[in-house]
Write a protein that binds this ligand. Structure first.
Ligand SMILES: [Zn+2]
Length: 307
């Protein structure tokens, strides 16, 4: 997506004069970025700068324009308002207005609505085009609060206190869950070295360890699809929005908990009702409903087995 000289969450276009806005450090939002990147500046938060520099130490620090939620930046006659996204650490949304033609667009990146986003919702209202995180835009996706999901994960760990626990996480994200588990059980959670490095740069090192004999381990999601499929001694828990599509299998020590850092179907539609964009373009997932119809669709969404 491009707006004037601004490019959002993509590094495939390598032209001088562009500024790349990066909503957060997940790999599906950094397509085209390499350790040799030197083409154009990258505007993101200080935390995202730290995470990207930990992953790509070859990118010169001087290329980063580090900002915070609440900051207002002016670039290429476009006013850019940086807004909180409540996704992974460092994540933000961008609300941009062109001084040339007063056109306003909003790029949400990935997000989960919280009290702070609701308080600052005016920043995101009445865009001509909203580029929207539609990852879980299907009625099957209904999430409890993150607090409830964390309680559910802690309960599962308590019920399996005599076994090794493996949690599915991302390279960055699910940090609140790891922190809550570490504090509740007064133990450090094992992470592989590449994840440990990320926890270190975002100031959360005290909750994790690289000691293999830790009771609770965390691994990137793909680990669960490949290794230790049949191990009965390990209890595997996937805290993810995708949990709504799977059923836990206690007989196989396999559990899914809908802990999500995205909006579910209902809250996403509420967000659209509150912000009233003229047009929606999905960043990921799909969106087919005319904005005028939002809130009038079938009232009773599919009942998740988790609620
Ligand atoms: Zn993300």
């Amino acid at each position: 997506m491009k707006f004037g000289r601004l490019v959002f969450d993509s590094f495939r276009k390598k032209e001088k004069g562009l500024v790349h806005l990066l909503s957060h450090a997940h790999r599906d939002h950094t397509n085209g970025l390499t350790n040799n990147w030197s083409e154009a500046p990258i505007l993101c938060t200080e935390i995202t700068t730290k995470v990207i520099r930990a992953q790509y130490p070859g990118i010169p620090e001087a290329l980063f324009i580090s900002k915070q939620p609440g900051d207002l930046v002016e670039l290429d006659a476009i006013e850019i308002q940086i807004a909180e996204a409540n996704h992974c650490p460092g994540s933000v949304m961008f609300s941009c207005r062109s001084h040339r033609n007063q056109r306003k667009i909003v790029f949400t990146g990935d997000f989960r609505m919280n009290a702070s986003i609701r308080e600052n919702i005016d920043l995101l209202k009445n865009a001509e085009v909203m580029y929207l995180d539609c990852t879980f835009n299907q009625p099957v996706f209904r999430f409890p609060s993150q607090k409830q999901a964390i309680t559910e994960v802690i309960k599962l760990i308590e019920q399996n206190a005599d076994r090794k626990i493996h949690l599915g996480v991302y390279s960055i994200g699910k940090n609140k869950l790891i922190q809550a588990i570490s504090e509740y059980f007064q133990t450090s959670v094992y992470t592989p070295p590449n994840l440990y490095k990320i926890f270190d740069v975002i100031g959360m090192r005290k909750f994790v360890t690289m000691e293999q004999d830790a009771w609770i381990h965390s691994y990137p999601g793909q680990y669960f699809g490949t290794r230790h499929q049949k191990s009965g001694e390990i209890v595997r828990i996937s805290p993810t929005g995708w949990a709504c599509r799977f059923r836990s299998q206690p007989e196989k020590n396999r559990y899914y908990v809908p802990y999500s850092e995205h909006d579910d179907y209902k809250t996403l539609h509420e967000f659209v009702q509150l912000t009233k964009p003229k047009e929606i373009v999905p960043i990921c997932g799909t969106w087919t409903l005319p904005v005028s119809q939002v809130g009038r669709e079938r009232k009773k969404p599919y009942q998740s087995t988790f609620l």
